[in-house]
Ligand binder design. Structure first.
Ligand code: TRP
Length: 324
């Protein structure tokens, strides 16, 4: 039996290189090796209070993009979180086992609440995420670095449940990848974000826009420095992610010898990114052209996920004394 993996992505706006390298590209690599359940976390997206139109647009965008990057419904089980009511049901059941102190520790909540204001959904969001994962008995969860704390909380919740009621859940592990921390091109101290101009490259950005953003990316002022500045290291990470290895080695050597041309590095990087994104953009156009058909592609995954989720929830309801 293949190991089971679960992961989700929030439809919260235009996807960018940070999202792609942080987790999505890895999903594509994992889909044949593992029994993968990948979903759009559309209920999670409510926590940023989008308008209905905005949310619908983001959902359509993300649904088409997941297919455009190469996720295949024949390999992975693909679905929408909101289509499986067991997610929210299990989240409610788990919530009584979670202490406020545990939620108060979540750094992502603190950051988001500072920006967007506090709301109960944002606060209890990690409990829904735990339900997403535990519902499918996932052994591991491929995520970006910012989600590790949520996976740890999921492990704690699984253990509390098992202690209180009996063994049902196995605590999942995170799967990270080398590229799970892509920083903003205009500020290497911040994560790449599509809402900040100059920070990100969107997966649908036009070629000349990509060239412009890379050209304006910060580098460093000390060409002789022994270790690359965080900004330059970030550009090298992208070069590694999209370019060929020889090229990376050569430019690394040039940098070490203090003779790297930053404009050459940027030109090469732009070209590599443009080449990587061009098939994605083309496929996106196709998948997004027919919204009804796009939804249909997710139906078989939804059916399969629902059956698994129902099975788990039935066991849970029995063991907690709600049903006999
Ligand atoms: N919170 C995740 C993010 O913002 C998305 C998510 C929701 C998720 N549920 C999940 C990821 C379950 C992994 C597993 O990126």
């Amino acid at each position: 039996m293949k190991k089971r993996l679960v992961s989700g992505i929030q439809p919260s706006g235009q996807l960018h290189l940070g999202n792609y390298l942080g987790a999505l590209r890895q999903w594509v690599e994992l889909q044949d090796k593992y029994d993968c359940y990948f979903f759009l976390a559309d209920y999670h997206a409510l926590t940023s209070q989008p308008s209905a139109n905005q949310l619908r647009e983001n959902i359509d965008h993300t649904a088409a993009m997941l297919l455009a990057i190469g996720l295949d419904p024949k390999s992975a089980t693909l679905f929408f979180q909101s289509a499986i009511p067991e997610h929210t049901e299990l989240a409610w059941i788990l919530s009584s086992l979670v202490g406020l102190g545990q939620l108060n520790r979540m750094t992502q909540y603190k950051q988001k609440a500072d920006r967007a204001g506090q709301n109960a959904g944002l606060y209890t969001y990690p409990i829904l995420m735990a339900a997403d994962i535990l519902l499918y008995g996932a052994e591991a969860v491929p995520v970006g670095e910012d989600q590790i704390q949520h996976i740890e909380l999921t492990r704690e919740i699984a253990r509390s449940f098992n202690q209180h009621y009996g063994e049902v859940f196995s605590p999942p592990k995170p799967i990270l990848n080398r590229f799970s921390r892509i920083m903003a091109l205009n500020d290497p101290t911040k994560k790449m974000s599509k809402s900040v101009p100059g920070s990100a490259i969107g997966l649908l950005d036009e070629d000349n826009q990509i060239i412009r953003t890379i050209r304006r990316a910060v580098t460093d002022s000390d060409r002789q420095a022994r270790t690359p500045s965080p900004a330059l290291a970030n550009l090298f990470t992208l070069l590694e992610a999209f370019g060929d290895l020889d090229q990376v080695r050569q430019m690394t050597k040039q940098r070490e010898e203090g003779r790297l041309s930053y404009s050459e590095l940027k030109e090469q990087l732009s070209e590599d990114i443009i080449n990587a994104l061009s098939p994605i953009k083309k496929a996106y156009k196709q998948f997004s052209s027919d919204k009804a058909e796009l939804r249909r592609i997710y139906l078989p995954g939804e059916k399969k996920a629902r059956a698994t989720a129902q099975e788990t929830l039935a066991r849970v309801k029995k063991i907690i004394g709600i049903s006999s």
